[in-house]
Design a protein around this ligand. Sequence first.
Ligand SMILES: CC(C)(COP(=O)(O)OP(=O)(O)OC[C@H]1O[C@@H](n2cnc3c(N)ncnc32)[C@H](O)[C@@H]1OP(=O)(O)O)[C@@H](O)C(=O)NCCC(=O)NCCS
Length: 161
Amino acid sequence: MPSPIVYRPMEPADAEAVSRLIAESFSEFIGPEYTEEGRAEFLRHVEPAALVERMRSNHLLLVAMAGEELAGVIDLRDNDHVSLLFVDTRHQRHGVARELLARALSIARPAKPGLDRVTVNSSRFGVPAYERLGFRQTGPERTVNGIVFIPMAHRLETEES
Ligand SMILES: CC(C)(COP(=O)(O)OP(=O)(O)OC[C@H]1O[C@@H](n2cnc3c(N)ncnc32)[C@H](O)[C@@H]1OP(=O)(O)O)[C@@H](O)C(=O)NCCC(=O)NCCS
């Protein structure tokens, strides 16, 4: 029977596994959209040391664990921007990304009163999933340093609205 998924904050000891999951998923689903320069830039951005540095700054990183195995990760910057959202292929389409986002937002909302909008720069591959998660495209696709992205935003209900 598959292990139930447990969600918790990322710890420095997770960095190697998180980096590996992201790099593998990126190479399969997103890398082909990028130039060589973009691929190298992205992979530098998710090296273990870079992830640990972000954990200690303005980024909230949560992981989804299936037993001892890493199933997914979310990185929310400044409580309002999804920097990374990756789910291992074997665990995709089971609600792991939805739950990671919900849990990150439940931490972000009290930390940022009045939070009414979360943004993401999605890969082309990610757009349909982000749409299902409530995001809408806010501008044209862009390419910066070989990285291709579609800006999207998700309006949140505020307590006043
Ligand atoms: C995008 C990604 C994070 C989704 O993770 P996931 O755990 O499979 O997503 P969930 O199961 O929580 O699904 C959330 C919603 O998106 C939909 N969805 C998920 N993947 C989808 C896909 N490839 N195409 C269309 N819809 C998709 C689901 O059906 C679900 O909608 P529903 O609840 O209304 O049925 C995962 O496919 C992934 O890691 N992809 C590679 C990396 C990537 O592109 N990340 C985002 C780039 S910034």
